[in-house]
Design a protein around this ligand. Sequence first.
Ligand code: FUL
Length: 478
Amino acid sequence: MFSYPQSRYVSLGPADPPKPYGPVPTAAQVAWQRMEMNMFCHFGPNTFTGLEWGEGTEAEDIFNPTALDCNQWVAVAKQAGFGGIILTAKHHDGFCLWPNPMSTHTVRESAWRNGQGDVLRELSDACRKGGVKFGIYISPWDRNAHTYGTPEYNKVFLKTLRHAHTHYGPIFEQWFDGANGEGPNGKKQVYDWKKFNGQTKKLQPNAVIFSDVGPGCRWVGNEEGKCGRTCWSRLDIEGFGPGADAPSQDTLNAGNYNGACWIPAETDVSIRPGWFWRESEHPKSVQELLKIYYNSVGRNSLLLLNVPPDSRGLIPAEDSLRLMEFRAALDSIFAHDLAKKVEFIFASEERNISECNIRPTTYDPLWLVRGDYDNYWATDDGVTTAYIQLRFDEPQTFNRVMLQEYIPLGQRVEKFHVEVEDENGSWRTIAEETTIGYKRIVLTETVTTKKVRIVIDKSRACIVLNRVGLFMDSISEQ
Ligand code: FUL
């Protein structure tokens, strides 16, 4: 177990915390980012027809799950380590999984449970009971609504949102899909995003709003589970909008260096080839899921993994089994933080120190290995380069380096590298990267060493980190 080494330092007088730098997240955005992994459930008529994008003309009776059990979805999500579930309450085909009074294309019109069924009710209740957060996907694009393409549709959509937000809340995330497949001869809807977002904020103030451009979180720019190696949680949205008006996919992938708004990336990807369940398709391997994890959570993004229920209304056994294997793999890698075995941790710079011998000081590098989210190591204002050195009694073998910036004060680091000392006492660089953000997991070769250095080469303001972890991944194919 880790014990405090003696040192000469104690912090001076008033704590003098670093000032926030640039745009910073709201409390809801911080809580959202700390969830790290959530589950997406695509479910609806497409589950029964095999289509990816339903036409909107499907008979309501098509929707007829034979054994729907949302408690099972929640149990799977919990065991896999997902903090929240987001359900496609209305996909592009317009079919509503709840009896939406604004539509006649809903569960109410179906034969399922004699028109008395309500998937939103069942899932929101199951989530509350199971201690999992509940979120809603509602597609603005609607191939069923006869008002679609007219100003009237915006009113219908607002009332649809209002109904969902006042009957099934609280919700932690509202997901607005930017997709619209209407061709040149299709209907053009001018969405009233200001009203959609404004009403959502009013009715669900703690919900993080997803769209291609936020305002709560943004699309990562692809559906392959890949966030940018450089990833800023900042984005410029002036003059942009969701869908066709969004910035380029590369911009969404990396964020804007000087972006005016805090809009972190969310990586949405399906465990299966399609978003909806199909009998002929199967879940990705644990290797692929680990790669997705490193490329999303490990790159300053939240992972929203789609696990579609089947036509019975259950998460299929092969998917839940795969998720349990994935969870076991993550646990075996991340349950043992070798950094906690550190004998001595030294920082070349520390905020606000004087000579004394009580540790941990207010901005002590010791906080980096304690996992106490709101305590952090910081440097003095204007000090934007520094290193942390960890020394161990025994050589440690690892190939993953985890770093976290304390994002309530903004995102700062733009260049860092990792060095290890070999047996001859010479230092060798094993990784060079750019951004850190909420969490960065650097993949390195497997090294065995008694000394590790994290060098922050460039930060945009004084450095504020709250975590350094060292892990051994023996599962991923290198
Ligand atoms: C896309 C949609 O078109 C897909 O069907 C799916 O819902 C995905 C999450 O977003 O834009």
